[in-house]
Design a protein around this ligand. Structure first.
Ligand code: SF4
Length: 226
């Protein structure tokens, strides 16, 4: 599906889609949710996420940690995958954007139709800034991965094995190694090192985060210090 494909969806507020889902997060989404809770991203990652801030935590019954009796408790700042549900968005290696319909819950009360378009649905859900943020981090993380692959090529086989083992277990990263997921931690460090005031607006914080990671990542090939 593309943005022009006929599509419509009316949520039935049954909340069934908020159970047993791996809700993925990027640093911007963590920031929006953290500020909603009055927390730093470092605190939020610790209290409400798994896999070092890349997944929203679930309760024992499989419900999202933010599902309340009246539905989503963070609706205005909900992540992109929740905004565009029941659509999934994919960006190919060639930067081509496509969408697909996700498998509906067997008892969903949502109503599917073709009265609008995919693009209209995205707009109605306020997905624009979230898609822009997702694309920025996707491009950044691709560039960081390229840098790491280049660096890995120069490691001894045993060192490569150790890096691969730890990458498969994000909880084993030390706090300073998660700067790439934790905006407040990274921007605090970036601003402190440069004597800069730390901005408050989420978009400006994301800008500085991306800038810091690009710089630290490009230095990796020349310096040992991340
Ligand atoms: S963030 Fe809100 S919409 Fe998304 S899974 Fe959690 S409760 Fe549901």
């Amino acid at each position: 599906m593309t943005r022009e494909t006929p599509f419509s969806y009316a949520c039935g507020r049954c909340s069934r889609c908020c159970y047993h889902k791996g809700i993925s997060l990027n640093p911007y989404e963590v920031l929006r949710l953290a500020r909603r809770q009055g927390l730093t991203t470092t605190e939020f990652i610790e209290r409400f996420t798994d896999a070092a801030g890349t997944l929203l935590r679930q309760r024992a019954d499989g419900a999202c940690v933010f599902l309340g009796e009246r539905g989503c408790g963070v609706h205005a700042d909900r992540p992109l995958v929740c905004r565009i549900y029941p659509l999934g968005r994919r960006i190919s290696a060639e930067d081509e954007e496509t969408f697909s319909e996700l498998e509906p819950h067997p008892q969903t009360e949502g109503k599917y139709g073709t009265q609008g378009t995919v693009g209209g649905y995205l707009h109605s859900q306020g997905a624009g800034p979230y898609m822009q943020a997702a694309d920025r981090y996707l491009n950044l993380f691709r560039a960081m991965a390229d840098t790491l692959f280049e660096r890995a090529a120069s490691l001894a086989p045993s060192e490569r094995e150790e890096v691969g083992r730890r990458c498969g277990r994000p909880k084993e990263f030390t706090a300073s190694e998660t700067d790439w997921l934790d905006i407040d931690r990274a921007v605090d460090r970036y601003c402190r090192e440069r004597g800069l005031p730390k901005p408050a607006e989420p978009e400006r914080l994301m800008e500085l985060h991306v800038q810091a990671l690009r710089m630290w990542s490009s230095n990796l090939t020349e310096e040992e210090e991340p």
